[in-house]
Design a protein around this ligand. Sequence first.
Ligand code: FA5
Ligand code: MG
Length: 355
Amino acid sequence: MYSLYKNNRGNPLFSVYDQLLPVVNLNQNFDSLLVPKNHVSRQKSDNYYINQNYLLRAHTTAHQTELIQMGLDNFLVVGDVFRRDSIDSSHYPVFHQVDAVRLCSKHDVFGKNITSEHSLFEEREITEDHQSCHSDAAVNFLTQDLKSCLISLATSVFGKDVEWRWVSASFPFTHPSWELEIKLCDKWTEILGCGIIKQDILKNSGVREKVGWAFGLGLERWAMKLYNIPDIRVFWSTDPRFHEQFDFEDPSTPVTFQSYSKQPPCINDISFWLPEEGKYCSEDFYDLVRSIGDDLVEKVELIDDFLHPKKKTRSHCYRITYRSWQKALLQEEANVVHQKIAEAAQNSFGVQLRC
Ligand code: FA5
Ligand code: MG
């Protein structure tokens, strides 16, 4: 970002904010970003709410509007974010994001040869490709600037041969929006979301005569690709065999993670009848599995969702993969944890275990 964007004195254009507190209010995390009141991302099942008004930020985008209101045009926000999410090798309930915002005036977009004919704005019907107020020139400039910034970021981190593709996406705060995917262990994996900032966000923040783009990327996923790390849990390992591999003065020293012999897994299934509709969601169960199984749990998959044709009751069957990074886990040890999970699920959610 520093080499691509410099001001005319050669200094970095983007300022970095990495000390912002992770406790934010609903306005920061949702309202100021135009997230509708009934949007799925607000659900209790997806977030760590502290009370009715505060939560642990679910994305670093939560700081976007306060920084724009401070008058900043180009900034990066780095921080820890918290989500009640699915459990697998690329999802963890706490991870790190980098968000970026770049606002451009008509001089940035049209350059020196600007005339009175040039405009960032035009009133028209909204389409898939543009908002209802942006001119083609504004959209084309922002799209090209955003995408080339991100591809040069990705190729400078991963090397020019990295396989990447754009996927169209949707966020309440940008339009149009995209996600960038790269091949990670032979699987297309999303590493960031981005788009053109909705003009209403800028308007509400007191910005006139500027348009902008924003992105938010998941740092662990980038590090997994960069260092060839197959599982997101190892970032939380206290094992010196992990840390010692990164013990260099110069952070750009190339490292390829050497897996300290992957231990064998233990796989246990659990199935239970759910309580009545609306009293249970899978994320509750994932949270509980994580809090009891901690880092012994590598993956939880919903492998069967069954609706009893007559009784209309529903049952879920989950497959839990237990694996330790430190040692070969014994089946009996996994069973103890599994039993605790089963008991806690019965006590906390009133589910009824199936034999
Ligand atoms: C967002 O969080 C948007 N705020 C990004 C954004 C910002 C879009 C600005 C437009 C403008 P998303 O939920 O897709 O989007 O998360 C962004 C990235 O965080 C993902 O691409 C992924 O790299 C990472 N990520 C998401 N969930 C997890 C998780 N549970 N564990 C690890 N990384 C995750
Ligand atoms: Mg996403």
